[in-house]
Design a protein around this ligand. Sequence first.
Ligand SMILES: [Zn+2]
Ligand SMILES: [Zn+2]
Ligand SMILES: [Zn+2]
Length: 89
Amino acid sequence: MSESPCAHLAATTSVRQAKRRECAECVKMGAQWVHLRTCQQCGATLCCDSSPNQHASKHARATGHPVVASSEPGERWLYCYPDDGFAEY
Ligand SMILES: [Zn+2]
Ligand SMILES: [Zn+2]
Ligand SMILES: [Zn+2]
């Protein structure tokens, strides 16, 4: 774990939680997901990199939204895609 999180993580002072416990893109496709992540910029909840479709990282690349939070119960951490940064909260 990084001792000094990047500026994106440092700027994330209140964490957006998932509104729905499903990947919006997988639901449209009828696909399965493994874990969920919530974009801290727009609030989209999408699937993780262990999922076949990796919608959260595709979203981060396509939109430039850098930070996601884990949407899994009991997990309290943030991840920054461009900096590969990780922070617990
Ligand atoms: Zn960052
Ligand atoms: Zn998905
Ligand atoms: Zn977003």
